[in-house]
Design a protein around this ligand. Structure first.
Ligand code: SF4
Length: 75
């Protein structure tokens, strides 16, 4: 499972960081500092919760089969 982040669209409210500081580090200006990561075994739930916490929905969850499971695709 992977996380991909459209960090250019981050508005810096730190909701992701509040859920999991070590997975979602912020830069000195308070915006998300990374554009994604491979989720370590055992951290899937935390990574998903961080993604769901982003009100901008710019944190994408990519499953091992390559499918995006979050955010839900718009109909
Ligand atoms: S929750 Fe979303 S908008 Fe807020 S800091 Fe994290 S990535 Fe940026």
């Amino acid at each position: 499972m992977k996380i991909r982040i459209e960090h250019a669209q981050c508005v810096g409210n730190a909701r992701c960081h509040a859920v999991a500081e070590h997975l979602y580090p912020l830069n000195d200006d308070g915006y998300i500092a990374i554009d994604g990561f491979e989720v370590a075994d055992g951290e899937e739930k935390l990574a998903r919760n961080g993604a769901r916490a982003c009100p901008e929905r710019i944190i994408f969850v990519i499953e091992d089969d390559g499918e995006q499971s979050w955010p839900p695709s718009k109909a």
